[in-house]
Design a protein around this ligand. Sequence first.
Ligand code: TXA
Ligand code: MG
Length: 323
Amino acid sequence: MLNPELVERAVELLRHGGVIALPTETVYGLAANAEDELAVRRVFAIKGRPATHPLIVHLPGAEHLSSWARDIPDAAHRLADAFWPGPLTLVLPRTPRATDAVTGGQDTVALRVPGHPVALAVLKALGGGVAAPSANRFGRVSPTTAEHVRADLGDDVDLVLDGGPSTVGVESTIVDLSAGAPAILRPGGLSSEDIERVLGHPVPVRLASKVRVSGSLASHYAPRAGVVLTEPREAAARVRSLRDQGLRVGVLGPESLELPPDVARFDVPEDPAGAARVLYARLREADERGHDVLVACLPAASGLGIAVRDRLSRAAAPRDPHS
Ligand code: TXA
Ligand code: MG
């Protein structure tokens, strides 16, 4: 999995304005040298994302924090010590090293040290920051395998590094530490329970911030099929009534569901971490089968279940024709 020649090639490309797909433990990233403005602009162009939406800068280690962020509160150091490398992104006041191209002109920067051996090898060899949003086209489901990236972006990227399926499966949890009390801007691969345990107090979720967080658009993560959310105990009845309307129905849910024999089920386990790991892959598979409607079972609202419910709700939200 960790091929030193490919890592070297990736670093060469990043040093010379290249854009590569990088495996991380959350989802695959579309990566450029964060200090190369032209390369960062290419990332926006390939994704089809508005240039005002800021990107996350990935760092080789927590020791790089102070060269990208200033006025770092003690809470940031405690979270970085506890969870980096890992699925946690910290939003902090920026230093000049974080350019307008990366931050969308804001005075803050989002930083994370990813917990994937291939990503870490590339970052350490580069010795600097890599700006990377998820490696999908704007508004689509994030990729958790190299095949997903190729299917979405094809030849638009200079190199796709294959690091196997992402083990966490949903994007990092974003915590804003740039002003006042910490707040969660996006639930993700690190649970709020874990964050609160380290900080010793409750951390509110603040989805509607003044900051542009594209993952927070209601219609983000949208498959082509319609998505209907259900508690597992109501799934069978929902499926029957939709099927009786003549719709081609697929189900995202656990094995324990009792479904009519001709209904396709895409396995999303009941435990929240297991559900997070496979959620995007199953949404893609189900979507490729050409179902009219996907009935998705909601996991329990604790741990990573919060992030899974958040992504499923966005997948189920009415489409915004402009996203
Ligand atoms: O797990 C992840 O975070 C993945 C992997 C590749 O690291 N990356 C990812 O990137 O999800 P992206 O661009 O799809 O989402 C990054 C989120 C966006 O919603 C963006 O608005 C937010 O981070 N963000 C970036 N800079 C920010 C800032 N200064 N303040 C608030 N939010 C920020
Ligand atoms: Mg994304």
